[in-house]
Structure formats: structure tokens, C-alpha cells
Write a protein that binds this ligand. Structure first.
Ligand SMILES: Nc1ncnc2c1ncn2[C@@H]1O[C@H](COP(=O)(O)OP(=O)(O)OP(=O)(O)O)[C@@H](O)[C@H]1O
Length: 315
């Protein structure tokens, strides 16, 4: 069993009438990339602030690397690097100078600080812009420098709030690849929040779908499909040639058939288990001319439509 790095135990955050987070239980393992996904206002930032010890849960407890986040926020801060959605740098200093300053503020000597800054600038592929003033960086470049900045502190856990926001598609791919590599190469535990399900799921080991303060489901994409799209899991589309008298009536008598819909094109049959073979047999043994039989596939788009749309998504 993998070591737990972040543990949320039944946490609730209440703001006056509004419960921003409701009885959330979640464990994030050492070395994994976990995506906290949900529409705007779902409670992702509030959850992150509770992990960082910046705000106290109304109920429940948060542990980071075994340390109680509320009671010992300074110790937690030493373990965690946090990339907010807008990192503050000294604009008229270069990327390198900013990193060296961070190193010094964290107790490193100049030589060591410069060595680490050079290393991390390379790792985040910003070595070419090391001597450029941060005021001239694009948002994607600032985010990469932000990552290098938190890595200067040698954290065990990296938390990022909406890291891809406001970056162009190429920049997003580069940043996501970088995050993935950091986890693989350095064994970092990474938690990132996003309302871009499609974008970030590709680099996450697991994702949690967070809506209106509640974690609806978490796991890999297959787990999510199973739990969130349960009622659409075993849906088959059958095309039958010619008149199909009593087809619906006969089909509905089959024990595995839950429901049947149809339009001019096809029949849509929902089974209570995966049983395409049995379904095919039914058509053949009843002498229907079956043109095609396919399992309908449901995926991220469906999860997205069902749980994210209608939320307060702003872009
Ligand atoms: N300090 C606060 N006081 C009162 N309500 C708050 C406070 N902070 C957040 N909320 C409310 O809590 C809910 C969750 O907000 P939160 O910022 O955690 O969501 P989010 O998923 O991070 O969304 P976003 O991506 O828009 O930041 C929202 O309804 C928000 O209005």
C-alpha cells in the first residue's frame, strides 16, 4: 500500500449559510499526480487552502506527510510547494535572480542557490530565458518559473491551483508534460486543481470529480466511468433491416434487458450487464436481419456534460 502524503478526514468548510466543502474524505499517495476537477465554485480552492493550513476546516482534519495542517501550518509549509494561479515575482529582476533570491530566503548560500536555480531552470525548460526580466515573460513562462521557484525549496508535495489557466494550447501541453515528468523523475506528489477535465486527466494518475462541495467520485478514468455513468454503461445500438414486428415486445422479455429506445436509425438497448453475445444471439435466433450491433461508448465528454456543464464554467 502506497504511503499517504495528503489525508483529508471528513472535512467540511462552512462559510455562513454556504457549505463550500462537505464531509470530504480523500487520501493522496506518495508520488502520484492527483487532479481535483470540478466547475468553478465547486470548492477546489477552499480544499487546497485547508491542505495548506491557510484556512481551518469547520469540521474534520487534514494531514500532510503525517503533520496536522491546522495545528502546524509552518511545518506543513516546509513540505509543500504551492503554485497559486498568479505567482508574484520581482518583475524587474531576471528569472535567475528571482530564483536565487528564493534560495537565499530559504537559507541557501549564493553558490548553492545559483546551482539549484540553474538546475531547475533547465528542468522547466526556461534556461533560455534565465537572463530575461520576469516582466517580459508570457503567462506560460511565469508558470514554469513558478514551478522552478517552488522546487528551489525541495518540497515533497506540490500543489497547483488551476495551473493551465490563461495559457495557450502549446504552453498547456508543455506545462502538463513537465508536471508529469516531475512526478516520474523526482517522485513528487502532485495535487492540481482544474475545471478542464479533458486537459489534465491525461497526466493524472487519479482524478476526483468535485461538484458543489462534494467529491462525487475519484479514481482513474475507468473508475469514474463506472461510478458516474453507471446507468449508461451497458447500452447497445442495434440496426435491424426491414420490418421488425414485435421486436420491442420480445426484447423486453429478455432477462438482461433493462430498457429499449428507438429512432428511425436504430434500437438502443440497455442491459444490466455486459452481454453483447447474448444480445446478438437473440436477434439471430429470432430471425431478425441484424445489420450492426455496437456497444455505445461513454467517456469524458459524457462525464463533462453531465457534471460540469451548467456549473459556473467561465471560459
Ligand atoms: N472567504 C469566503 N467567504 C465566503 N464564501 C466563500 C469564501 N471563499 C469561497 N467561498 C464560496 O465557497 C464556494 C467554493 O469556492 P472555491 O473558490 O473553493 O471554489 P473553486 O472550485 O476553487 O472555484 P474557482 O475555480 O472559481 O475558484 C463558492 O460558493 C464560493 O463563493
Amino acid at each position: 500500500m502506497a504511503e499517504t502524503m495528503i489525508q483529508l478526514k471528513n472535512i467540511t468548510k462552512q462559510y455562513k449559510e454556504n457549505k463550500a466543502v462537505k464531509q470530504l474524505d480523500l487520501s493522496i499517495h506518495k508520488g502520484e499526480v492527483f487532479g481535483l476537477l470540478g466547475p468553478n465554485g465547486a470548492g477546489k480552492s477552499t480544499t487546497i487552502y485547508m491542505i495548506l493550513g491557510l484556512t481551518e476546516p469547520t469540521e474534520g482534519e487534514v494531514y500532510v506527510s503525517g503533520i496536522h495542517a491546522t495545528n502546524k501550518p509552518i511545518e506543513v509549509k516546509k513540505k509543500v510547494g504551492f503554485l497559486p494561479d498568479n505567482v508574484g515575482f520581482y518583475e524587474d529582476m531576471t528569472g535567475m535572480e528571482n530564483l536565487i533570491l528564493t534560495g537565499k530566503l530559504n537559507g541557501l548560500g549564493r553558490v548553492e542557490a545559483k546551482k539549484r536555480a540553474t538546475h531547475w531552470l533547465e528542468q522547466v525548460r526556461m534556461d533560455h530565458a534565465a537572463a530575461k526580466k520576469v516582466g517580459e515573460y508570457s503567462r506560460g513562462m511565469r508558470q514554469r518559473l513558478g514551478l522552478a521557484d517552488i522546487l528551489m525549496k525541495d518540497p515533497e508535495v506540490v500543489i497547483m491551483d488551476e495551473p493551465t489557466l490563461g495559457i495557450d494550447p502549446k504552453g498547456i501541453n508543455e506545462l502538463l508534460e513537465l508536471i508529469r515528468n516531475l512526478s516520474v523523475d523526482h517522485g513528487l506528489t502532485i495535487l492540481l486543481s482544474s475545471h478542464q477535465l479533458h486537459q489534465v486527466q491525461q497526466i493524472c494518475d487519479r482524478v476526483g470529480i468535485f461538484v458543489k462541495g462534494e467529491l462525487l467520485s475519484y479514481g482513474d478514468i475507468e473508475d469514474l466511468q463506472k461510478t458516474l455513468l453507471d446507468d449508461t454503461l451497458f447500452l447497445y445500438k442495434a440496426k435491424v433491416k426491414g420490418p421488425s414486428h414485435q421486436l420491442v415486445e420480445k426484447l423486453s422479455m429478455e432477462p438482461s434487458v433493462e430498457s429499449i429506445d428507438w429512432d428511425e436509425e436504430a434500437y438502443y438497448i440497455r442491459l444490466n450487464k455486459e452481454d453483447q453475445g447474448e444480445l446478438a444471439k437473440f436477434f439471430i435466433s429470432n430471425q431478425y436481419d441484424l445489420l450492426s450491433l455496437k456497444r455505445m461508448s461513454y467517456g469524458l465528454d459524457d462525464i463533462y456534460q453531465r457534471y460540469f456543464e451548467g456549473g459556473e464554467i467561465s471560459d
